[in-house]
Design a protein around this ligand. Structure first.
Ligand code: HEM
Length: 418
């Protein structure tokens, strides 16, 4: 390991002034994210300063022990960004890039303690009530429609035309939107994803309005959808509570799902171990499990804001600093060393779902959606090949997740539409 040139007690604001810090986006857009993590670890140890955007520094926790410490201790590492010193001093505002995403809000991702547990119980119980056979049937239906279109064309981008569409359409249906409303949700979401500034804000408002109407109509005429299940919850949630829970899932929830499905399709299209050329043909669940082990869909979890001065990984951390739990780095390290008490043997990619009170509540439905989506694509798209070389595939990243920008494919033999 290269010697680290650090006193382990510099303040973030001094490091940002004196050093060329690595942008966190490098961990999601680089061709080899694991190597970016290793470079940071060699330079800084298990807690490294990074930039969320120019002039906005944060700590990145890179070690397994440090990441679980942060994720499991919300009393010290809070999700509530009102405690972030860069908000307090005006460096970051709610209208700017990362400030827009991290600004304080009343939502499950943004609060801790009693309010979080209330919203969380609603979602946990709603996901618990999901009938997996029915969910699988909904996924098959949306996959079928998307694949019919793709097959009719003879060529497609499996990211835009398939993987980015299916999870949101499925979750919208499960929450009670009809097919046209689900498509409207998707087109607003595409605009949020592509647009910068005001246009993105308008589409986000349109999504929120669709959700508010959905909650009002389920309150007036409950049915067997997840929104009605939330409204029926014994804790008697308000309409705003339910809107908040539905928004968390529909607006923010499926980003990791898209990453998981696209990375699995990329493996099948580019790696001979997965496409049958080397002998055996791995199933969709095997391919998805391989993705969790190598490129976890959540590269980094959302930042926590430090409540009181502390030390992490031997480094002094100050109240008001932001700390990003680096899931990819922690997973890689936990595979290398086996002496950690949190480590669950034989399940080395468990951190891929997070840990502690904010760990993913949608693990079961997320797995059903990904398995059916990947299996259906493999079943229907016979003779599919990439139209570019694997090296030409680039990654598109947010601060938290990485996925291939596009998977342009052509089909040599068309399978008939069902
Ligand atoms: C339909 C798909 C999905 C939905 C609806 C969903 C929903 C959510 C929600 C609502 C939270 C916030 C929980 C809280 O703050 O209490 C969350 C957290 C999380 N999810 Fe998922 N998720 C989905 C798929 C995935 C997938 C595929 C992965 C990765 C394999 C994943 C990994 C995570 C992680 C790591 C967190 C924790 C983030 C943190 O601690 O800051 N999710 N998810």
């Amino acid at each position: 390991m290269t010697a680290t040139t650090t006193t382990q007690s510099e303040r973030l604001e001094d490091l940002v002034a004196h050093d060329d810090l690595t942008p966190l986006m490098e961990t999601t857009t680089s061709a080899d994210p694991a190597q970016v993590y290793e470079r940071l670890r060699a330079r800084w140890g298990n807690v490294a300063p990074v930039l969320l955007e120019p002039g906005v520094p944060a700590w990145l926790a890179l070690g397994h022990r440090e990441v679980v410490t942060v994720l499991r201790n919300e009393g010290l590492y809070s999700r509530d960004s009102r405690g972030w010193n860069l908000f307090a001093d005006g460096t970051v505002g709610p209208g700017s890039g990362v400030g827009g995403v991290l600004a304080p809000r009343d939502g499950i991702y943004y609060v801790d303690g009693v309010r979080h547990r209330h919203l969380r119980r609603l979602l946990d119980d709603a996901f618990e009530s999901v009938d997996e056979h029915r969910l699988a049937a909904v996924v098959e239906r949306w996959c079928g429609l998307a694949l019919d279109r793709v097959l009719a064309e003879g060529e497609a981008d499996l990211v835009a035309d398939y993987a980015r569409a299916v999870p949101l359409l499925v979750m919208s249906t499960m929450f009670g939107l009809d097919a046209d409303q689900a498509r409207a949700m998707l087109s607003h979401s595409r605009r949020v994803f592509e647009a910068k500034g005001a246009a993105g804000g308008e589409s986000l408002d349109a999504q929120r309005a669709l959700i508010a109407d959905l909650v009002a109509s389920c309150r007036a005429a409950p049915s067997d959808d997840l929104t009605s299940a939330l409204l029926r919850h014994p804790s008697e949630p308000t309409d705003l509570d339910v809107q908040s829970a539905v928004s968390a899932t529909l607006i923010l929830g499926s980003q990791y799902e898209v990453a998981w499905i696209t990375q699995a399709l990329r493996l099948r299209l580019t790696d001979p171990r997965f496409d049958g050329r080397s002998g055996g043909l791995l199933s969709a669940p095997d391919t998805l499990a391989a993705v969790l082990g190598s490129t976890p869909p959540a590269t980094n979890a959302a930042p926590r804001f430090v409540v009181a001065d502390t030390t992490l990984g031997g480094r002094k951390i100050w109240a008001g600093d932001a700390v990003v739990p680096g899931i990819l780095g922690a997973s890689a390290e936990s595979r290398a060393a086996g002496d950690d008490i949190w480590l669950e043997p034989a399940n080395l990619s468990y951190l891929t779902w997070g840990a502690g009170p904010h760990a993913c509540p949608a693990r079961r439905p997320a797995t059903v959606i990904a398995q059916v989506a990947v299996a259906e694509a493999l079943r229907r798209l016979g003779g599919v090949t990439l139209t570019v070389s694997p090296e030409a595939l680039s990654a598109t990243g947010t601060l938290w997740s990485s996925a291939p920008r596009a998977l342009p494919v052509r089909f040599e033999q068309h399978r008939p539409a069902r």
